[in-house]
Write a protein that binds this ligand. Structure first.
Ligand code: FES
Length: 181
């Protein structure tokens, strides 16, 4: 399901000759990580982390390479990677919008904010716009319950939001870099 992004841009599984799990990374994992875990499955989380740290997300090809490296099945890699929210199985957009969905924000109108952003960008929560500029997610409490509702746009926290103000924050975000995808 999440192997392929389901947007109208027709994204397909990316294949490239250069491995995502490169030799220097493998060498480092063999030296530092593998000896610390009793099983190859145990080493999976730090391995996923290392590859994502380098590439920003975990493409299907990377999951296959990790399975091969750890000698576990691709299904085991996929199940684990999809279970944890910190692992990205889809490319992230240039800007990440993270709307708090926890209780204080929800009570103060967060659903309308998420809805306004979805309408503006034409995507659902968890998706990225076809131009690669925006990714929308919902997250747990951002620690700003006293000034709810709150959202992060990249590293910037915005508080006391209304739907209109949330959309204004998107308009004010820096312009896209060229060549990003
Ligand atoms: S509930 Fe949203 S910031 Fe705490």
């Amino acid at each position: 399901m999440a192997w392929i992004t389901k947007n109208s841009a027709g994204t397909k599984i990316e294949r490239r000759a250069t491995p995502y799990l490169d030799e220097p990374t493998k060498a480092r994992l063999r030296a530092d990580i593998l000896p610390r875990y009793e099983t190859r499955l145990g080493a999976l989380l730090p391995t996923l982390h290392a590859v994502q740290h380098q590439h920003g997300w975990l493409p299907p090809q990377a999951l296959l390479e990790i399975a091969e490296f750890l000698q576990i099945t691709p299904a085991e890699v996929y199940d684990t990677a999809s279970f944890y929210e910190e692992y990205w199985l889809k490319p992230k957009g240039e800007h990440l919008i993270a709307v708090c969905r926890s209780i204080a924000c929800e009570f103060c109108g967060q659903p309308q904010i998420t809805e306004a952003i979805k309408q503006r960008l034409g995507i659902d929560v968890g998706e990225t716009t076809p131009d690669g500029k925006w990714t929308l997610i919902e997250v747990e409490c951002l620690g700003s319950c006293g000034s709810a509702p709150a959202m992060l746009v990249d590293e910037t926290l915005h508080e006391w939001l209304t739907p209109a103000e949330a959309l204004k924050k998107l308009d004010q975000a820096p312009a896209a870099h060229h060549g990003h995808h």
